[in-house]
Design a protein around this ligand. Structure first.
Ligand SMILES: [Ca+2]
Ligand SMILES: [Ca+2]
Ligand SMILES: [Ca+2]
Length: 144
């Protein structure tokens, strides 16, 4: 199975979102969108997207050493061979300098690439429909 870089990132983002909702927070995708849309204009700019990714990095870097490594992956990801395979492949692709861990800069650069992919009509903003489309692509992927 071949998976594109950006879809992989989306899967990883989705997995971490699931981890967050497993902790009883941010269950509702519409609410999650509203939280990312900081100025509440109904669309997410790159700036808003990256601000939310910066927060996500802090969530993912569970041992707070400034890098995302296997050790930071939630147990449900590590225990699921498909998820962990995807997460590892994502890490390898985001790990631009190949030091075996994903730094904040590498994570943010990967986020920029993800934003461009999700912004299907290339107007510089991601709206709810585009977000939904991205979610469906990830869900379809996870079923294979
Ligand atoms: Ca906005
Ligand atoms: Ca690295
Ligand atoms: Ca757009």
């Amino acid at each position: 199975m071949r998976i594109s870089f950006t879809l992989m990132l989306a899967v990883f983002a989705c997995a971490s979102a699931t981890a967050v909702s497993a902790q009883g927070m941010q269950r509702d995708p519409a609410r999650r969108f509203a939280q990312t849309d900081a100025n509440h204009d109904g669309r997410v700019s790159l700036q808003e997207f990256q601000a939310s990714r910066a927060r996500r990095f802090d969530q993912l870097d569970r041992n707070h050493d400034g890098f995302i490594t296997d050790a930071d992956l939630p147990r449900f990801v590590r225990n699921n061979s498909r998820w962990s395979q995807m997460a590892k492949a994502m890490e390898q692709m985001a790990d631009v300098n190949h030091d075996g861990r994903v730094s904040r800069d590498e994570f943010m650069a990967a986020g920029q690439e993800l934003f461009v992919t999700v912004d299907v009509n290339h107007d510089g903003f991601v709206d709810q429909a585009e977000m939904q489309q991205a979610r469906e692509r990830v869900q379809a992927l996870a079923k294979h």
